[in-house]
Design a protein around this ligand. Structure first.
Ligand SMILES: [Zn+2]
Ligand SMILES: [Zn+2]
Length: 199
């Protein structure tokens, strides 16, 4: 947030409750201060319940001044919704045995922490131009895609451009890995900007 000079966050969409995805939630405070309102968190009932346990101090009846101000909006995989006027299509993927949400905004789709996806959910992704896809490294893992599995899935979805996200340090060095990836697949990096058409 600091390095990329992000001064405004309008809403937060939660994919699932694992700590690497939610533990920074306390840092919503300056964005509350900037917007002068609660931050809307879009999440499934399961994820909301888990986050309320882990951040109990932010949800207590008497909240101390300065605690992050968070407001849940419950979503599920079967109901598209809008965030600040932007249509969002939720997509369910399987993270090992845990159902996790991905999100499609117009021609951009974000799927992290994915091992498998059903044929029905793939239909929601079809036609996306840019895909951000969680891919861990080269060796198979029980709850994340490895590179070969990801390439097979990309062959089915056929986006114009895929960026691997949520990459492990076991993936290798950026230049070496990039040289081995097929055309239309690249490693994402901090500060990468993607133009999204929300139509
Ligand atoms: Zn996870
Ligand atoms: Zn993760």
């Amino acid at each position: 947030m600091l390095r990329n000079d992000i001064r405004q966050v309008d809403a937060i969409l939660l994919t699932h409750e694992h700590n690497d995805h939610i533990i920074g939630l306390d840092d919503v405070r300056p964005f509350n201060f900037q917007s002068k309102r609660d931050m809307n968190l879009y999440a499934t009932e399961r994820v909301a319940a888990e986050v309320q346990q882990r951040f109990a101090y932010a949800f207590s009846a008497v909240r101390y001044p300065g605690a992050p101000a968070l407001q849940f909006v419950t979503i599920d995989k079967d109901h598209p919704f809008e965030v600040e006027g932007i249509p969002v299509q939720p997509i369910e993927v399987m993270h090992g045995t845990l159902p996790v949400l991905g999100f499609r905004f117009g021609d951009f789709t974000y799927l992290t922490d994915i091992k498998t996806i059903s044929a029905a959910e793939i239909e929601k992704v079809r036609g996306t131009k840019v895909l951000a896809l969680g891919v861990l490294h080269h060796t198979p893992h029980y709850s994340h895609l490895c590179v070969d599995e990801a390439i097979a899935l990309i062959d089915v979805i056929k986006p114009e451009q895929t960026y691997f996200i949520h990459v492990s340090h076991h993936m290798g060095l950026y230049d070496e890995v990039s040289a081995q990836l097929p055309e239309g697949i690249a490693l994402a990096y901090d500060g990468l900007k993607v133009a999204v058409s929300s139509a």
